[in-house]
Design a protein around this ligand. Structure first.
Ligand SMILES: [Zn+2]
Ligand SMILES: [Zn+2]
Length: 150
C-alpha cells in the first residue's frame, strides 16, 4: 500500500514536554516488538508507529544509543521517555516512533507483532493480526532488502 501523505499529521511529546515530535504515519497502524532489547528498554514491548524520514520532525533534548549495527534508540534526556527506534541502514532509514507519545496512540489498531516467540508467556496483546517469530520477521527483512523497502 502506498499511502504516503494521506494520513493526518500527529503531534506528540515526552513525559516532561521538553521533546516534541510531529509525524505523518506511513500507515494508520500500530506494530509491537517483543525482542529482548525492546522489552528491556520499555518494560513490556515497543508499540510503535512507522514513519518515513521525510515525514518526521522532532525537537528537544534528544539522546541516542546505538543499540546494534543497524539501529539506534532515542530518549528524552530530561525525563527518559522512550522516543523512537530508528533503522539506520543507508537507503532504508525509517523511524518506529513510540505510540505512547501520541494521544490515544493515534487511535490506530494494532496490526502486527514481531519477535512473538520472545514474548514472555505471562501476558499477550488481544486481537487477530499478524504475529511473526524472530525467524519469520528476519526473513521478511532479508527479502525486503532485495526489493522495495517497507
Ligand atoms: Zn522529556
Ligand atoms: Zn524490538
Amino acid at each position: 500500500m502506498s499511502a504516503n501523505g494521506t494520513h493526518a499529521q500527529l503531534s506528540g511529546a515526552c513525559l516532561c514536554g521538553a521533546v516534541s515530535v510531529r509525524v505523518r504515519p506511513t500507515r494508520p497502524e500500530l506494530h509491537a516488538c517483543h525482542c529482548e532489547m525492546c522489552r528491556t528498554w520499555t518494560g513490556v514491548a515497543l508499540v510503535e508507529i512507522d514513519v518515513a524520514p521525510k515525514d518526521f520532525e522532532a525537537s528537544g533534548p534528544i539522546k541516542r544509543f546505538t543499540s546494534s549495527d543497524w539501529a539506534e534508540r532515542a530518549w528524552c534526556d530530561a525525563c527518559g521517555t522512550t522516543l523512537w527506534y530508528k533503522l539506520t541502514i543507508p537507503g532504508r532509514e525509517h523511524f518506529a516512533v513510540s505510540a505512547g507519545l501520541f494521544p490515544d496512540a493515534g487511535n490506530f489498531p494494532l496490526t502486527k507483532e514481531i519477535y512473538i516467540d520472545r514474548k514472555p508467556a505471562g501476558y499477550a496483546f488481544a486481537g487477530d493480526h499478524l504475529r511473526q517469530t524472530k525467524q519469520q520477521f528476519e526473513a521478511s527483512l532479508a527479502s525486503a532488502s532485495q526489493g522495495e523497502t517497507q
